[in-house]
Ligand binder design. Structure first.
Ligand SMILES: C[S@@+](CC[C@H](N)C(=O)[O-])C[C@H]1O[C@@H](n2cnc3c(N)ncnc32)[C@H](O)[C@@H]1O
Length: 140
């Protein structure tokens, strides 16, 4: 229901997430570093008629999500991979027992390092999907 996305680009993934929250009556906070991409994404949300369900935060997600206070049901990680760990740790206080973290580009070097760190905490189940290109993280 409460979705946070790291890295919206032109908002294609956000539109798929929006399809989900239409069913759950939820909302999305999405983040994009590059102003022109974020503006194009907002235009796409308007054209799809879902802009009222999506909050776009423009700038570095480490800043725009700082102090984020809402519980997170789904965190979608798809921004720069070297920030996955710090962003995850920053938002971890917002997780609950059923939070799902969807990790894209799981086969990339920096993502593998991130996943190794998460595994070592012994707090989470990691489930590979799509030939290892995605990993789903759940609480144990
Ligand atoms: C792979 S693209 C996202 C694709 C999008 N999720 C989709 O599937 O349609 C990664 C995006 O993350 C953005 N990004 C990278 N680092 C970021 C940061 N620190 N804060 C916000 N956005 C960031 C990039 O500008 C880029 O547009």
């Amino acid at each position: 229901k409460n979705v946070v996305e790291f890295g919206s680009s032109f908002g294609i993934s956000t539109l798929y997430l929006a399809e989900g929250i239409l069913e759950t009556n939820g909302s999305i906070v999405t983040t994009e570093l590059i102003d022109s991409k974020a503006k194009k994404a907002i235009e796409n949300f308007k054209n799809a008629g879902v802009d009222h369900l999506i909050e776009m935060r423009i700038g570095d997600a480490m800043e725009t999500l700082k102090g984020y206070a809402e519980p997170i049901d789904l965190l979608f990680l798809d921004g720069w991979k070297d920030l996955y760990l710090s962003l995850f740790q920053m938002l971890e206080p917002n997780f609950h027992s059923k939070t799902i973290v969807y990790v894209d580009n799981a086969e990339m070097h920096d993502t593998k390092r991130f996943l190794k760190e998460i595994q070592q905490t012994n707090k989470y189940h990691l489930t590979p999907k799509h030939d290892g290109k995605v990993v789903i993280i759940n609480s144990k």
